[in-house]
Design a protein. Structure first.
Ligand SMILES: Nc1nc2c(ncn2[C@@H]2O[C@H](COP(=O)(O)OP(=O)(O)O)[C@@H](O)[C@H]2O)c(=O)[nH]1
Ligand SMILES: Nc1ncnc2c1ncn2[C@@H]1O[C@H](COP(=O)(O)OP(=O)(O)O)[C@@H](O)[C@H]1O
Length: 402
């Protein structure tokens, strides 16, 4: 069974009201009103294939528009429910989907959406998948060229292949001899990358050692979609941008024991021309200063002896004792009921299922507590808590009569 709902969460359930005002549902389509706009989600494409497309109706101008949609949208299921939260995002519950996969958010005026809106000059909405509880935070690793970031990340991925996934950045620099396109980087042309940055496809981007580097939203989502914890190897400017974004991460800065040792490692790696080595060493001094900026990095590790630094990194990430302990109980066999009604009180949402078709002892009603959401587009929305409450079903029956 899943986690039991704490007593205080269930207090005042009699004050829940059935959802009617914000969102209306018609088959596979929902319409949610926010101010002067109605967000219509779902429906079918021309070929009658179900889709999770979004269109917006402006009640003042009476004009329909198709917004720019960022992030990966949910795969259509047998319909969905929509619940407005905070006036800036719509909670989407995919009917007949596993609880762990069926909770999504369409952000319509969160800070991320507003910022993209300003850059793109068009109406923007962004999808973000809900992850129950705290979920594991992405890890940002920065440090000067040659300090050993790649070496440490490779060790981590090799020891914990199913836990970590690497965010494959885009870069305009030429591939090194052993680098594989799509694995180490997405090697790309400057004009193409600049256009994609303009189109809002990147979480962050920066000019480093004379080349353009950037983390695409898709790169981070590919890792989280695979159920893994994302590792980003990015420079200090990138770390600063991510810090300012909604992607809540752990920031780790790797320092060399000395500049002489850094130079030795860079030269011995033998991947850069002399001119490039000089440029990277010059930049290293500024990066080391910036690495110490207050509030930017959560942890600073010195990579002197590799094994010692790797051990410290694992300890910092809590890998020794609590590898995946941050997850709530799995509840992975539970489904969002195909037929359900929704009631809402503040940020607590009651998903009230009908009779269980399987007749099995699985719960059909759930309480979703969205009062402490964290993160969001361009990553996961962490924090929705979901409790199975079938044991209380009798006392909740009256809700249907309201
Ligand atoms: N901002 C940003 N920096 C990146 C990204 N990918 C790599 N970098 C940084 O770019 C710098 C140069 O990387 P690279 O050319 O692979 O050289 P290396 O650090 O010597 O291995 C490093 O500081 C990386 O952390 C990215 O997507 N965004
Ligand atoms: N602790 C260490 N001691 C000695 N050499 C190291 C250490 N860590 C990494 N190296 C070597 O230094 C070079 C640069 O490491 P790399 O992981 O490519 O750095 P980065 O990704 O930070 O540019 C590589 O040849 C690597 O084998």
């Amino acid at each position: 069974m899943g986690e039991e709902a704490p007593e205080n969460l269930l207090e005042g359930l009699d004050k829940f009201s059935p959802l009617q005002s914000d969102s209306e549902s018609q088959g596979y389509q929902t319409a949610t009103t926010i101010g002067d706009k109605i967000y219509v989600i779902g429906g079918s494409d021309d070929g009658a294939k179900l889709s999770m497309n979004v269109k917006v109706f402006n009640k003042l101008t009476r004009i329909w528009s198709i917004p720019t949609v960022l992030g990966t949208k949910p795969v259509p299921s047998k319909g969905h429910s929509a619940v407005l939260l905070n006036n800036d995002r719509i909670l989407i519950l995919m009917r007949d989907s596993p609880l762990n996969d069926g909770t999504w958010f369409l952000e319509v005026s969160t800070p991320f959406v507003k910022e993209k809106n300003k850059i793109l000059g068009t109406e923007v909405v962004a999808w973000s998948k809900g992850v129950r509880g705290d979920g594991p935070k992405p890890i940002v690793i920065s440090g000067p060229s040659g300090v050993g970031k790649g070496t440490l990340i490779s060790k981590l991925m090799k020891e914990f292949p199913s836990t970590f996934g690497f965010s494959v950045s885009h870069t305009t620099r030429a591939p090194r001899e052993k680098e594989v396109d799509g694995v180490h980087y997405h090697f790309t042309e400057r004009s193409k990358m600049e256009k994609e940055i303009k189109d809002g496809k990147f979480l962050e981007s920066a000019s480093v050692h004379g080349n353009l580097y950037g983390t695409s939203i898709e790169a981070v989502e590919a890792v989280t979609d695979a159920g893994k914890r994302c590792i980003l190897d990015i420079d200090v400017q990138g770390a600063r941008s991510v810090r300012a974004s909604s992607l809540e991460a752990i920031f780790i800065f790797i320092c060399p024991p000395s500049l002489e040792e850094l130079e030795k490692r860079l030269r011995e790696r033998g991947t850069e021309t002399e001119e490039q080595v000089q440029k990277r060493l010059r930049n290293a001094k500024a990066e080391l200063d910036q690495g110490k900026s207050p509030g930017l990095f959560d942890h600073i590790l010195v990579n002197d002896d590799l094994e010692t630094c790797y051990k410290n990194l694992k300890q910092t990430l809590g890998l020794d004792e609590t590898a995946d302990a941050s997850h709530q109980p799995s509840m992975k066999n539970y489904q969002i009921p195909l037929c359900h009604s929704i009631s809402k009180k503040d940020k607590k949402i009651l998903i009230h299922g009908g009779s269980n078709e399987l007749g099995a002892a699985t719960p059909t009603s759930f309480l979703l507590d969205a009062s402490s959401l964290k993160g969001g587009a361009p990553g996961r929305t962490r924090g929705p808590k979901i409790y199975a409450i079938d044991s209380l079903i009798d006392s909740l029956n009256w809700i249907e009569q309201l």
